[in-house]
Structures are given as structure tokens and as C-alpha cells.
Write a protein that binds this ligand. Structure first.
Ligand code: B12
Ligand code: SF4
Ligand code: SF4
Length: 255
């Protein structure tokens, strides 16, 4: 009884939070940063191929859960611009690393974690994880699409953690492409072959002189799903300029 007199309810509340941790869905830090797509998986329930990719990145790691952090729409970009700003070589990755670090240090100080993305960009099949979370349905232009964000979402960070959160239930919405009869994304793309958009043709087109999709994607822009979440011009230019640099590098190595 004496103890209850000494410990205030505020202190008790804080103690409980530290002990249980803040589920990503309840995190103010993630919400304020525009990380509005969040999923928790128990590592031992993930398919073997994903567990193998994780093992290749972190062979010694001993964690219980995988936390997937994504953003949909424009909020994340606004939060990034309002923070350190869009400076440095990888401002978006730096911002993502910082947000996850603050999420753990301020809201889950009792937990250990290790980031495996964005540190190891090509090594984790992010869209496969997105499919398990119910965020990803295949689109003809290969960027995932769903009914809540259209194609205007991406994966920002993946952490292994010794947390014990309730795993997320997947989003169960059907693919918007199933009900999309006219498929305007396909008619908008200048390099459709048959009904397919082939990666090599897309890359040629984007690198070509006077290309209309060097800094955007006509197919993605033509998709009518959740156009209100379309990135603004600055965010759009940032992503497509980065991918153009990667494509140039990739093509140089191929040659
Ligand atoms: C490599 C890569 C690219 C390469 C693809 C070239 C290649 N060699 O495969 C390039 C540089 C072109 C690229 C560009 C872009 N990418 Co990219 N990319 C990746 C990455 C790192 C791996 C994809 C992969 O190889 N998967 C494994 C193979 C087996 O999967 P796959 O289904 O066979 O094929 C993939 C690719 O080969 C490619 N692809 C295959 N065929 C075709 C055909 C066309 C027309 C296009 C456009 C792409 C494409 O897309 C598939 C989906 O991953 C993922 C992140 C990750 N770690 O998963 C992001 C990722 C797929 N990219 C993403 C995005 C958003 C883009 C860009 C819009 C730019 C950007 N960063 O915002 C552009 C759009 C494409 C374009 N028109 O240029 C997002 C997609 C988000 C979503 N909602 O699904 C991801 C998941 C990154 C993230 N952090 O969220 N990307
Ligand atoms: S335009 Fe239609 S088919 Fe194309 S991605 Fe959007 S919903 Fe899917
Ligand atoms: S970037 Fe251009 S070529 Fe590539 S899928 Fe989009 S519209 Fe087609």
C-alpha cells in the first residue's frame, strides 16, 4: 500500500508504457512523421524466402519481430521538409532512420532493434512483405497498388526488434485493378507491348531524349485510384530523379 502512495498515476502510466512499449499503430512519433503504413510480423511466421533474405543481412541477429514502416501520400514529405529538410545525399533515408530511432528511444526504450532497411537497399523483397501486409497488389506498371493509397505509397524502413507486439492483421481489400476495366495506366504508357510494360522498354524510354516520363510515370499518373494522395511536384521530382540516376548507373554497369 505504501508503494501506491509514493508512485503517482503519471509515473505508473509511464512505467507501464516502458514495460509494454508503444505499438507502431499507436505511436505519435510515427504518425507525426507521416509513417502511416505500419505492420508487425512475428519473424517465425514469415515465409522461408524472406527469412533467408533477413539471414543474409543479419546472420547473427536474434530478434522476435519484424516491423515494417511505410508512408502513404504526402504527409511524410511535409514532415521531412519541416525537419532537417531535403539536404544531404540521402535525406529521405536519413529521415527514416532518425524517425525509427526516435520511435525506439522515446516510445520503446526497453527494446533492442536493428534496422535492415534502408541500410541494405536491394536485399529485402519489400513488395513481398507489402503483399503479406495486404498493402501490395501487382499493377501493370509494377509499383504496388491498393485501395487506400492507390500507388502513392512506399516502404521506408524495416527493423528487427525484440518487441512482443500483437502482430498486424493484413489489409484485406481486393486489388483495385480487378475492377478497373479500361486500365488507363496501360493506354497511357508509351512502351506497352501486348498488354505488358517491360522493364527494359521502360528504362529505354525514361533515358531517351525528350522523354515524357523521365521525371514522372505517365501510367502511374493515369491510374484513377486515390489521386488525392498523389505526391506533390517536389516529392515526385525527388523520387524520379533518384531512380533516373540509379537507372543510368545500372545501364552503365550492364554495358
Ligand atoms: C531495383 C529497383 C528498382 C529498379 C528496377 C530495375 C531492376 N533491375 O529491377 C529501378 C531503378 C528502375 C527502380 C525504379 C523505381 N522504383 Co524501384 N525498386 C527496386 C528495388 C530496390 C528492388 C526490386 C526488385 O528487384 N525486386 C525483386 C524482383 C525479383 O522483383 P520483380 O517483381 O521481378 O521485379 C521488380 C523490378 O525488377 C521492377 N520491374 C520488373 N519489371 C518491370 C517493368 C517495369 C515497366 C518497371 C517500371 C519495373 C519493373 O519492379 C519489380 C518490383 O520490385 C525495390 C525495393 C526492394 N528492395 O524491394 C524498389 C521498389 C520496387 N521501387 C519502388 C519505386 C517507388 C520506384 C520508382 C517509382 C522510384 C522511386 N524510388 O520512387 C521507380 C519506378 C520505376 C520506373 N519507371 O523507373 C518502390 C515501390 C513501392 C510500391 N508502392 O510498390 C520499391 C518497393 C522501393 C520502396 N522503398 O518502396 N526500382
Ligand atoms: S489504372 Fe486500373 S489497372 Fe492500372 S493500376 Fe490503376 S487500377 Fe490498376
Ligand atoms: S515510366 Fe513511362 S515507360 Fe515506364 S511505365 Fe511509366 S509511363 Fe511506362
Amino acid at each position: 500500500m505504501e508503494t501506491y502512495k509514493v508512485l503517482s498515476p503519471v509515473f505508473m502510466g509511464k512505467l507501464m508504457t516502458i514495460m509494454q512499449g508503444v505499438h507502431p499503430n499507436d505511436s505519435n512519433i510515427l504518425a507525426d512523421s507521416g509513417f502511416n503504413l505500419l505492420a508487425v510480423f512475428d519473424l517465425d511466421t514469415l515465409p522461408l524466402t524472406i527469412r533467408q533474405s533477413i539471414k543474409a543481412i543479419a546472420p547473427e541477429a536474434d530478434y522476435r519481430q519484424l516491423l515494417l514502416f511505410g508512408h502513404g501520400g504526402r504527409r511524410m514529405w511535409q514532415a521531412l521538409a519541416a525537419s532537417a529538410g531535403i539536404t544531404g545525399e540521402n535525406p529521405l533515408d536519413d529521415f527514416s532512420v532518425d524517425v525509427v530511432a526516435r520511435y525506439f528511444s522515446d516510445e520503446n526504450p526497453a527494446n533492442r532493434y536493428r534496422l535492415i532497411y534502408p541500410q541494405h537497399p536491394g536485399m529485402l523483397p519489400l513488395q513481398q512483405l507489402g503483399r503479406l501486409a495486404g498493402w501490395h497488389h501487382d499493377s501493370p506498371f509494377r509499383i504496388g497498388v491498393n485501395d487506400r493509397w492507390g500507388s502513392w505509397f512506399a516502404y521506408r524502413a524495416v527493423a528487427l526488434a525484440d518487441t512482443a507486439f500483437v502482430p498486424s492483421l493484413p489489409m484485406v481489400d481486393a486489388s483495385p485493378c480487378e475492377a478497373c476495366v479500361s486500365k488507363p495506366c496501360i493506354s497511357a504508357c508509351p512502351v506497352v507491348s501486348g498488354n505488358e510494360i517491360l522493364l527494359d522498354n521502360c528504362l529505354d524510354e525514361r533515358l531517351g531524349d525528350g522523354s515524357s516520363c523521365a521525371r514522372s510515370c505517365l501510367a502511374r499518373m493515369a491510374c484513377p485510384v486515390k489521386t488525392e494522395h498523389r505526391y506533390g511536384p517536389e516529392q515526385m521530382a525527388y523520387h524520379y530523379d533518384c531512380s533516373l540516376v540509379t537507372i543510368r548507373r545500372y545501364r552503365t554497369h550492364e554495358a
